[in-house]
Design a protein. Structure first.
Length: 385
């Protein structure tokens, strides 16, 4: 393996390992704060549990606030880390993580300290709600920094997905900043000795912030509830640019690609096809657009179906290279008389990933062989979704 390829694998592996480490750190920090909050609520700092008569409504308000905040921030932070670090290989290579990792670790650790302090100060209204205002402010600053950082380093391969994540970050940031400002004004307006009169109002503000956050970003928090079951996705790689003869797409090739589309859609699979998107050349995209789109779609696909002919396509070969690097299952379709030995790089794909070869005599055999091969994968994919 070349030095460049080794470096590529190391970068993508390190990035995904970073996601695992950050999640473990976050889980430990939040678990400690969660445990402390329960112990303080039940004992009020004593060596023995409280009697029923010792529980006050104010302490219940504080306990509910800190527990719901720990759960929500843990939920949101885990989602953020997953989106940021547990990403496809092509995105991992494009992003700069050294500074980003340091920033994320600093804010995760700072939040952990604040949550631990919140657990300890449940019975002190001034300190408790001041810390809450500080938590919301710090969290909004964190996401403000990440939004600026993201605009400089994210590659916009999947525009819709990235836009949804960006909107969620903005919603989270704005809601927390406004909440922090409201609580700060209220804290400064009322003397420390009279803070207990504002406790129900602080409780209501924090609960409204929580409910608003889940309402605005429910698709981010609960993606499983939105998508019932994952359908396997298939990417089609076939000649395109070189298929134009006299300004018209090769009709024989179009018939084969249409047959492949037909089989994939009849099995209820998601179809990614540049030929379908660009209507076989009627609506051509420029290279800046379709290269990014193809990489993103290959990354999201479960199977790559490549149609090879005697007239080879450099684009198809490049797409096969991307797919094999990402470890995708590959199905190569070739005519009966096609000699694969003249393409050693394609024959060598079996050493990198699963690669099956389908041969055909006519459109009927192409349809039948492709259907049987895809049906062998679909039940497994649906079961593991």
């Amino acid at each position: 393996m070349s030095d460049d390829l080794q470096r590529t694998f190391k970068i993508t592996t390190d990035v995904k390992q970073t996601a695992i480490i950050l999640k473990e750190i976050l889980t430990i920090i939040k678990a400690i704060a969660f445990t402390m909050a329960i112990v303080i609520f039940l004992t009020n700092g004593k060596s023995t549990p409280n009697t029923f008569a010792e529980y006050r409504l104010e302490s219940l308000y504080a306990f509910i606030c800190v527990i719901t905040a720990i759960v929500r921030f843990f939920h949101g932070n885990i989602s953020y880390i997953t989106r940021t670090y547990d990403v496809p290989d092509y995105e991992a290579l494009a992003r700069k993580y050294n500074l980003k990792l340091g920033i994320d670790f600093f804010f995760i650790f700072t939040q952990g300290v604040i949550f631990s302090a919140l657990a300890l100060y449940q019975s002190n209204a001034f300190e408790f709600y001041s810390l809450f205002a500080l938590l919301f402010l710090i969290d909004s600053i964190w996401f403000f920094i990440q939004i600026i950082f993201s605009r400089k380093t994210y590659l916009d391969f999947e525009t819709k997905r990235h836009q949804e994540h960006m909107v969620a970050q903005v919603n989270w940031m704005v809601a927390n900043f406004i909440t922090a400002m409201i609580m700060t004004v209220l804290i400064m307006h009322r003397p420390k000795e009279q803070m207990t009169t504002y406790i129900p109002l602080f409780f209501a503000i924090i609960m409204v912030n929580t409910i608003l956050d889940y309402l605005l970003n429910r698709r981010l928090y609960f993606p499983i509830g939105i998508t019932k079951a994952k359908r396997a996705s298939v990417f089609i790689a076939a000649r395109f640019t070189s298929a134009f003869e006299g300004g018209k797409f090769d009709q024989d090739l179009k018939g084969k690609i249409d047959a492949i589309h037909e089989i994939i859609m009849s099995l209820g699979l998601n179809l990614y096809s540049a030929h379908q998107i660009e209507k076989f050349g009627e609506e051509l995209d420029n290279s800046d657009k379709f290269v990014k789109r193809d990489i993103a779609q290959i990354s999201s696909s479960d199977i790559i179906v490549a149609l090879l002919e005697e007239k080879l396509s450099t684009g198809v070969c490049v797409e096969l290279g991307w797919a094999s690097f990402m470890g995708k299952k590959i199905i190569i379709i070739v005519p009966d008389e096609f000699d694969l030995h003249k393409i050693p790089m394609v024959r060598g794909l079996v050493n990198l990933t699963y690669c099956d070869v389908i041969r055909y005599k006519d459109l009927g055999s192409l349809r039948n062989n492709l259907r049987l091969t895809l049906q062998a994968f679909v039940p497994k994919m649906t079961q593991n979704a």
